[in-house]
Design a protein around this ligand. Structure first.
Ligand code: COA
Length: 304
């Protein structure tokens, strides 16, 4: 699935992640693949974890064709043994782990009444429990002095979240709950592991991103065409936008950022339908002020 709009070149120096090792869950497609591609272009060695071998194989061959040192590791973040094995293999291949990105996610549109408890649990297991499991098993590698690391530098974690749970979202109760939990993980791990180990834990909450599986699953064309009416800030982002935010947060550029989830959605989540035109507001507002000066009692009475 290709983005239709050409992407700008990166504003970051090509060596900002030189020699760093990154493991990205869900890195075989969509936003995850864009992240590993940009990490690789900025000097990182990359490992991608996913459930589907053909997807991993295609991603690895595309990464290698761009001169990026990449490996694909089959695994499901819901299985603790897979998490342990994939982390071990990453460190065995590249010598250590510097950056863990939790981008694996499950999603589908369904009304709350049609969603079975097992459907709810499935997404919680992938997004929330999976993120915790990966973080938990990665800790020993990310600590200063961990396998392959010197004593002065700790690794970092990035969790891919969403904005769905800031208010409420139609047909997304499972994902809203799961991403709310992910944001809590980000903050709590930032507090505990930031204090104890200097490990920074941050998140990114992307808006609708063109050319992603999420967008094609969750954004039917009919909804997209109407979006501008009720969400004035609606504009599709590019996978590149998320990758640039990820480079900022995982490189030294973001060394003082910990426990935050950066919203990268063009301001979309703040959108409200414009219920009255600007020109009319000016007119009405002045009229009301004028009336209140002329007849303060009348205004007071009309408010009652
Ligand atoms: N609507 C309602 N319920 C659904 C559903 C849908 N579209 N898709 C799955 N479910 C329910 C199933 O019915 C099942 O519940 P049940 O046992 O009570 O019937 C439960 O979810 C698990 O489904 P299953 O197909 O066994 O899970 P899975 O582990 O094979 O698949 C999903 C995981 C469901 C998240 C799957 O959509 C997936 O992996 N997608 C790929 C990742 C993705 O979508 N990424 C996009 C990120 S935005």
């Amino acid at each position: 699935m290709e983005s239709s709009t050409p992407t700008p070149s990166s504003p970051f120096k090509p060596d900002i992640l030189k020699g760093k090792v990154a493991l990205v869950t869900g890195g075989g497609s969509g936003i995850g693949l864009e992240l590993v591609t940009e990490f690789g272009k900025h000097g990182a060695f990359v490992a991608i974890m996913g459930r589907r071998k053909p997807v991993l194989d295609a991603a690895v061959s595309s990464l290698r064709s761009q001169g990026i040192q990449a490996i694909g590791l089959e695994g499901d973040v819901r299985k603790r043994d897979d998490a342990i094995r994939v982390l071990e293999l990453t460190v065995k291949q590249f010598g250590r782990l510097d950056i863990l990105v939790n981008a694996a996610a499950g999603n589908f549109l369904v009304s709350a009444e049609d969603l079975s408890p097992n459907g709810f649990k499935t997404v919680m297991d992938i997004d929330s429990v999976g993120t915790f499991t990966m973080c938990h098993e990665a800790l020993k590698y990310l600590k200063k002095g961990g396998p392959g690391r010197d004593l002065s530098v700790a690794g970092t974690i990035l969790n891919i979240s969403a904005t769905l749970h800031y208010t409420a979202s139609w047909y997304q109760i499972h994902v809203s709950a799961a991403k709310a939990a992910v944001d809590s993980l980000t903050r709590n791990l930032a507090l505990e592991w930031g204090t104890d180990y200097d490990i920074r834990v941050n998140g990114i909450a992307p808006g609708p991103i063109e050319g992603t599986p999420g967008m094609s699953k969750l954004g039917p064309d009919e909804a997209k065409s109407k979006s501008k009416e009720y969400m004035p800030l609606y504009k599709l982002g590019q996978r590149w936008d998320i990758a640039m935010a990820a480079l900022y947060l995982t490189s030294d550029a973001g060394k003082y950022v910990n426990g935050t989830t950066l919203i990268v959605d063009g301001g979309l989540w703040l959108s409200r339908p414009r219920h009255i035109q600007k020109e009319l507001v000016q007119e009405i507002s002045r009229m009301v002020e004028k009336r209140s000066r002329e007849s303060p009692v009348g205004i007071a009475t009309s408010k009652l």
